[in-house]
Design a protein around this ligand. Structure first.
Ligand SMILES: [Ca+2]
Length: 209
C-alpha cells in the first residue's frame, strides 16, 4: 500500500466517527457546594455565569449546628447558570426559603445565553410547583402541581430529571410533576438557580442515559 492509499483508509473511519457524532464532547457530572468561594464573593464565581441580577456567597450554620456552611444567595432576584450542554440528566439542588412566601426557581436546558429554556417554580407558602418554558420574555406554563412538600423555611432537596422530551420534578424524593413536551422541546442546555430570597446549596448534575 502506498501512502495515499493508507491516508484514504485512515480518513474513512475518522470521517465516519465525525459524522455519527461520536466525537461530540458530553459534559461530565457537575457538583458545587460553594465551599471553594469566600464569604461575600459575588457572581460570577467558579463556572457560574450571571443571567440577571446578582448572587453572593453567604455562610450559615449547618443543619447540625456543628459547622459553618457556604450557600449561594440571590441579590435582586438574581439568576446564575452553568453554560453547558447537558442532554439527559438529573439535577439536584438543596434550597431553603428565607421567608414562607418566597418562590425560588430551578432552571434547566438553558440555551442562547440562558435566554430560553425551562424552569420549575417552587411556589410560596408550599402552594405547589409549576413547570414553565420560556423564550426571552415569552413564558408558557406547561404543568402544575397544587400539592407540595411541607418545606416551610427548611432546607429541602429538589430534583429535576430531564430525559429526551420528558421532564420529572421531585421534592423530598416524591414526584410532583411529570410532563412530556411534544411542542418543539429543548433537548439540551445549561442549568441554573435563582429568584426569590433563598439559600441554594449542593447543586449537582448527573448525566443519565
Ligand atoms: Ca454548601
Amino acid at each position: 500500500m502506498n501512502l495515499k492509499k493508507i491516508t484514504v483508509a485512515l480518513m474513512i473511519p475518522i470521517l465516519y466517527l465525525g459524522l455519527c457524532g461520536c466525537f461530540e464532547i458530553v459534559p461530565k457530572s457537575f457538583y458545587d457546594d460553594f465551599s471553594s468561594y469566600s464569604v461575600g464573593e459575588k457572581a460570577p464565581f467558579g463556572e457560574w455565569k450571571v443571567k440577571k441580577g446578582g448572587f453572593k456567597i453567604e455562610a450559615v450554620m449547618s443543619e447540625d449546628k456543628k459547622s459553618i456552611n457556604n450557600v449561594a444567595v440571590p441579590i435582586n432576584n438574581g439568576i446564575i447558570y452553568i453554560d453547558k450542554n447537558y442532554t439527559n440528566f438529573k439535577l439536584i439542588v438543596d434550597i431553603k426559603r428565607l421567608e414562607e412566601g418566597d418562590n425560588p426557581k430551578i432552571y434547566f436546558r438553558l440555551i442562547n445565553n440562558a435566554q430560553a429554556g425551562y424552569y420549575i417554580e417552587i411556589k410560596g407558602y408550599d402552594m405547589g410547583y409549576a413547570l414553565y418554558k420560556f423564550n426571552g420574555t415569552k413564558v408558557e406554563k406547561l404543568a402544575e402541581s397544587y400539592s407540595a412538600a411541607p418545606a416551610g423555611t427548611d432546607f429541602y432537596r429538589y430534583e429535576v430529571i430531564a430525559k429526551d422530551n420528558k421532564i420529572i420534578f421531585l421534592a423530598g424524593g416524591q414526584k410532583y410533576i411529570e410532563y412530556t413536551d411534544n411542542n418543539t422541546p429543548i433537548l439540551k442546555g445549561g442549568i441554573g438557580i435563582g429568584g426569590g430570597k433563598a439559600y441554594y446549596d449542593n447543586v449537582r448534575v448527573e448525566p443519565i442515559q
